[in-house]
Ligand binder design. Structure first.
Ligand code: NAD
Ligand code: DAU
Length: 355
């Protein structure tokens, strides 16, 4: 079996669902169920014995150790993290606790477990750490895309905490020989994306008749990848990646934020027109920029394509259409995640921001 951490979040849940759709290998899913973790994402697995959900912290060494001893997983895929840049600006400490201290404690427990393994089981064991392109910092307009050897230049508390975790993972390989793999991926989008992030926030706000808050001039660039393509890349790295290596994952799909928002509006105009027949574009509002906002991310994903034969299956056009259709078909999910805590966050991040 495999142990997945953070498997009730956006990417982790998509990964678990895809894994069990393609394999009968059991998944132990360790997730603390923070505001971003949601068991409803895994509702289709209710009663499925191949999915063992455990609520707990990757930083709880006793719990992790007991899970490792009891279930003897052949691999660990570490998704668990605080993942939202804006929240890291408001509350950086949570990011240090989970992304740095939590990853450190997880590595320690895994090192002890792996050291106790013998022969082929020990040789075939893998620890796959899921990271982000944000650790590389920000690019100027004409800079080449991030390769795996691009220097680390994290700019937000979130990316600095992820960079620290990447360094720890690297060090555990270099120093102790732990068989690690690291992936650094660009911006994901798709089903179960929590509506604090750009694409789901725009869909949810548009349908609710609210402002579509674009930070700064909206000309910041991100590379976008459909979440299921990220999941297939992780499966491929787990299966065939070379121990100790880093693989960048991306969609070859650079877009400005304002282009993304326009696309969301156009698709909603087509699929769920406003009652007054005006475009959702009317709801776009430019607001005060994110402090320290990275201008451009771009991922050179040629290594994973060349060495492991992985390529994304979706284009942005097909992926964004599927995403919007998913949100239109899952209004109950959207309503359930908009708890009091969610409304509190919107107030904290957006009040006073509109210019
Ligand atoms: P998310 O915030 O949606 O989910 C994170 C999950 O981790 C939640 O279920 C949460 O409950 C759980 N968690 C948080 N702290 C925990 C702890 N201490 N112990 C156990 N579980 C804990 O995040 P996501 O967007 O699904 O991202 C998953 C991973 O992928 C993160 O490591 C993130 O840095 C990385 N990543 C995300 C993106 C993206 O675009 N979302 C892109 C590249 C990399
Ligand atoms: O690059 C990978 C990273 O992508 C992941 O590591 C992070 O976990 C993930 O959250 C994401 O980070 P970003 O900061 O790029 O994503 P976010 O959706 O928060 O913002 C995308 C862009 O949209 C960014 O330039 C900020 C902008 N934005 C965001 C929000 C929430 C707005 O203009 N308005 C908004 O209301």
């Amino acid at each position: 079996m495999i142990l997945v951490t953070g498997g009730a979040g956006f990417i982790g849940a998509n990964f678990v669902l895809d894994w069990l759709a393609q394999s009968d290998e059991t998944v132990i899913n360790l997730d603390i169920l923070s505001y971003a973790g949601n068991r409803e994402n895994l509702a289709s697995l209710a009663g499925d014995e191949r999915h063992l959900f455990v609520q707990g912290d990757i930083g709880d060494s006793a719990l992790v150790t007991s899970l490792l001893i009891q279930y003897q997983p052949r691999a660990i895929i570490n998704f668990a993290a605080e993942s939202h840049v804006d929240r890291s600006i408001h509350s950086p400490e949570d990011f240090i606790q989970t992304n740095v201290v939590g990853t450190f404690r997880l590595l320690e427990a895994v090192r002890a477990y792996w050291s106790s393994l013998q022969g082929e089981v020990r040789q075939n064991f893998r620890f796959l750490h899921v990271s982000t392109d944000e650790v590389y910092g920000s690019l100027a307009k004409d800079d080449p895309a991030f390769s795996e050897t691009h220097r680390y230049e994290p700019n937000s508390p979130y990316s600095a905490s992820k960079a620290a975790s990447d360094h720890l993972v690297r060090a555990y390989h270099h120093t102790y020989g732990l068989p690690v793999l690291t992936t650094n991926c660009s911006n994901n989008y798709g089903p179960y994306h929590f509506p604090e992030k750009l694409i789901p926030l725009m869909i949810v706000n548009a349908l609710a008749g609210k402002h579509l808050p674009v930070y700064g001039d909206g000309q910041q660039i991100r590379d976008w990848l459909y979440v299921k393509d990220h999941c297939s890349a992780i499966r491929r790295v787990l299966e065939a990646g070379k121990v100790g290596e880093v693989y960048n994952i991306g969609g070859w799909n650079e877009k400005t934020n304002i282009d993304i928002v326009h696309t969301v509006c156009e698709l909603l105009d087509e699929l769920r027109a406003r009652v007054d027949s005006k475009s959702y574009r009317e709801q776009i509002t430019y607001v005060t920029d994110r402090p320290g906002h990275d201008r451009r991310y771009a991922v050179d994903a040629s290594k994973i394509e060349r060495e492991l034969g992985w390529k994304p299956a979706e284009t942005f056009d097909t992926g964004i259409r599927k995403t919007i259709q998913w949100y239109l078909g899952n209004q109950g999910w959207v309503a359930n995640v908009q708890s009091g805590a969610y409304r509190e966050w919107l107030k904290r991040n957006y009040t006073g921001r509109v210019v």
